[in-house]
Design a protein around this ligand. Structure first.
Ligand SMILES: Nc1ncnc2c1ncn2[C@@H]1O[C@H](COP(=O)(O)OP(=O)(O)OP(=O)(O)O)[C@@H](O)[C@H]1O
Length: 229
């Protein structure tokens, strides 16, 4: 299991948060959170009906969107007060993302998919190549030279998890990580995600409808109509 400790993991505190989307019919208030605190290293599930605001919450907590009001405090850093460039830098430093449909480039090898952020960033490729190959071995991908498009769906999600772990994130944000996998493969991916976060002490925020995954979280917050239920 990936075992190198994460950087220092800050607590998350959301306060008076409001996220709105401009839609054709007008402005939709998608999320209203008075207060939500998540201690460092917590495995936190986010559940709720379709359209209730789960992904919006994940994106707000991960600095992928700018809220209309409120605070998104990861320790000393308030993402709500940062511009887009600062949030980009914060994300690259702090967060690893895992998505339902993997977001891999099928023509590239497993290794190159894990290293994509290194190509686009200013990190040293050689140092990261060794770590990326090691992570792929640890998540159960023995052949890093295999093209991602030739891997099974479960293997592709393993590659995506290795990619999320590359920069030793303090936070792992996963959006329906098992939803496009069959039950057995999903359970194995859930095991890997939980074990990976635990091994490095990272905070895990996982949006999911998957009872097996949610059952492995320390806490599950349910969202209904944009509010904590
Ligand atoms: N970029 C956007 N522009 C406009 N409206 C949006 C946008 N993203 C989400 N919404 C709306 O905000 C509400 C919450 O969406 P969100 O994706 O957060 O819900 P969800 O609980 O993750 O849903 P699901 O389980 O179906 O993925 C929905 O009504 C959705 O239509």
């Amino acid at each position: 299991m990936p075992s190198t400790a994460a950087r220092e993991v800050p607590p998350l505190l959301l306060r008076d948060l409001a996220v709105e989307y401009r839609q054709r019919e007008g402005v939709l208030r998608a999320l209203t959170i008075d207060r939500l605190e998540i201690p460092p290293g917590t495995l936190c599930g986010i559940s709720g009906p379709s359209g209730s605001g789960k992904t919006t919450l994940l994106h707000a907590a991960g600095g992928l969107l700018h809220p209309q009001a409120g605070e998104i405090n990861w320790g000393e850093d308030d993402l709500a007060r940062m511009g887009e460039a600062a949030r980009d830098r914060w994300r690259r430093r702090m967060a690893g993302f895992v998505f339902q449909d993997f977001h891999l480039v099928p023509e590239l090898t497993a290794l190159d998919n894990v290293l994509l952020s290194v190509w686009f960033g200013s990190w040293s490729a050689r140092r990261h190549t060794t770590r990326a190959a090691g992570l792929l071995r640890e998540v159960g991908i023995p052949d890093p030279a295999r093209r991602a498009g030739l891997l099974s769906r479960g293997e592709q999600q393993r590659v995506a998890i290795a990619r999320a772990l590359l920069h030793r994130p303090a936070l792992i944000l996963a959006d329906e990580p098992t939803a496009s996998l069959d039950a057995v493969t999903g359970a194995a991916v859930a095991d890997l995600l939980v074990a990976s976060a635990r091994a490095v002490g990272a905070t895990l925020l996982a949006v999911s409808h998957d009872a097996a995954l949610l059952g492995r979280m320390d806490v599950v917050h349910r969202i209904d109509k944009g509010r904590l239920a």
